[in-house]
Design a protein around this ligand. Structure first.
Ligand SMILES: [Zn+2]
Length: 214
């Protein structure tokens, strides 16, 4: 359990170092059997140590630690209850959050859309930490492993912390590409058609899910 906690803290720090979150605005979790380790609420990641380990069961009842879990716990638990996810990363990444205020779905400007399961949907706005937001997020995640939260940020999951992190970084990058491409007056970005996305999805399965193709 301590090994998983250390990996979680390291991943949380990575989101901070990469500029995907500011201060304590994101959160990370990892599932170990029926226990979920999650970043505590309001503690800067650089101050997290081994004895800050924060664990809940799938109903959100605390099973270890004394700190309160992140206020976004309902989103994390909803993902674990409804998918095979082993890790979840939530951020307020700047380009992704900007895109979440503009469209209902991130246009497929790059073939790596396929790695996220298809065009990334934007879950309608609801108050942070609410069950309503968790519900909107689940609907947006149907058939996907990432989504945007309107006027809020990103959610991505994976078979481990590395994959959940990589998908988050990929999503933020694609949002940046779309914003850059669509900022030229009078020009509209070309998109990848659905049948090509399906082909790439198949190809990525063979390539391995952890690394982006070169
Ligand atoms: Zn948030």
């Amino acid at each position: 359990m301590l090994g998983a906690w250390r990996e979680l803290v390291e991943t949380a720090r990575r989101t901070n170092d990469a500029g995907l979150v500011v201060g304590t605005s994101g959160n990370v979790s990892v599932r170990v059997r029926d226990t979920v380790l999650v970043t505590p609420s309001g503690v800067p990641y650089e101050r997290l140590h081994d004895d800050d380990l924060c664990a809940v069961d799938l109903e959100g009842r605390r099973v270890a630690g004394s700190l309160s879990p992140t206020s976004e716990l309902p989103m994390h638990l909803a993902v674990y209850r409804h998918t095979a996810a082993r890790a979840v990363v939530h951020t307020h990444a700047v380009h992704a959050t900007a895109v979440s205020t503009l469209v209902g779905e991130l246009p497929a400007v790059h073939y790596m859309t396929a790695e996220l399961g298809g065009p990334v949907r934007v879950a309608p706005y609801a108050t942070y930490g609410s069950d309503e937001l968790a519900g909107h997020m689940l609907a947006a995640l149907e058939g996907r492993n990432a989504c945007l939260l309107q006027n809020h940020g990103t959610v991505a999951f994976g078979d481990g912390l590395g994959q959940a992190y990589d998908r988050t970084a990929q999503l933020e990058w694609m949002c940046q590409v779309w914003l850059a491409a669509s900022s030229l007056p009078g020009r509209t970005p070309s998109l990848i058609p659905d049948d090509e996305l399906a082909r790439v999805k198949e190809k990525l399965k063979g390539y391995g899910q952890r690394r982006a193709p070169e």
